[in-house]
Design a protein around this ligand. Sequence first.
Ligand SMILES: NC(=O)c1ccc[n+]([C@@H]2O[C@H](COP(=O)([O-])OP(=O)(O)OC[C@H]3O[C@@H](n4cnc5c(N)ncnc54)[C@H](OP(=O)(O)O)[C@@H]3O)[C@@H](O)[C@H]2O)c1
Length: 334
Amino acid sequence: MHTRSLGTTGPQVSALGLGCMGMSALYGDADRAESIATLHAALEAGVTLLDTGDFYGMGHNEMLIGEALRAAPPARREQALISVKFGALRDPDGNWSGYDGRPAAVKNFAAYSLQRLGVDHIDVYRIARLDPDVPIEETVGAIAELVEKGHVRHIGLSEVGEETIRRAAATAPISDLQIEYSLITRGIEDRILPTTRELGIAITAYGVLSRGLISGHFHRDRQLAPNDFRAHSPRFQGENLQRNLDLVDALRKIAEQKGATVAQIAIAWVLSRGEDIVPLIGARTRERLAESLGALDVTLDEADLAAIEQAVPADAVAGERYPAAQMAHLDSER
Ligand SMILES: NC(=O)c1ccc[n+]([C@@H]2O[C@H](COP(=O)([O-])OP(=O)(O)OC[C@H]3O[C@@H](n4cnc5c(N)ncnc54)[C@H](OP(=O)(O)O)[C@@H]3O)[C@@H](O)[C@H]2O)c1
């Protein structure tokens, strides 16, 4: 497995990380045994970075990872680097009710995560969204105290913009910014990516397949459960969905010429954007994992990149990446 560095201060991690969210939440039901088998297969293949959030299934995702790690051979367990997001507030019905980045809350969230994961430290810890009521210096400062005490190793950021990145980096060393980046989600290229590069901060990219939309497996007539994020995502609705799937058809022609799948081309494209970018793969079955890891063997030369750019121009997507209420929480979109 190739490795990449999480910024100038973070650890070396596998070039592809495994994002575990879909194993517990947001994309409809997942199969628990298959999720654990997928985690084991990822570790076996050399994946070291596992990404989760304490709010993914209200603790379910962390407990799942903890269970998988306990059942893994010691060498595999020890290679795992766990990245945890915190701060999102839920209610028992699963509703979202804001973010909490107060220092006391940060330490409380961390204490519970360590228990659920069954580990003695968290490798990268980050607030999922900026809490507008708490200066980022206070939130990052609280994580820095957790680093001093050995409960956390590195500090990350998620979905924040240039100014917040600079303020955070002036407070403590930041390993990586987790943010959406894909062939059809290019928003970070203008200001955010130059800022992280200037400051030696890596990108852990999520939504590399735009939540399955550009995976090549998504069909127009797919029925989505009401609690599936995609049932409410602007990109998956009506005419937008049709236009976006037309882009996938254009990409499929390139994939076929390369002897690769659409998902592999989409992942390889993100990998090609720079050594400082680590795509998080949202696979929750061994089959999808194997497909995603195959992207590491796809080399895109200048002609391939030009053909991809022509098939899927930077601004071609139809629809915002989140519903309006969730867009409002994105410091990265200000
Ligand atoms: N910081 C943040 O704000 C934030 C937000 C979202 C996610 N994340 C993190 O990033 C991770 C990845 O995000 P994501 O799940 O949205 O990524 P994604 O890779 O864009 O989407 C995953 C979806 O793609 C589908 N898919 C189709 N082919 C696939 C293949 N070969 N490999 C993997 N998935 C395939 C999956 O399918 P099926 O439906 O068939 O399973 C799943 O529904 C998450 O697990 C989470 O850890 C962070």
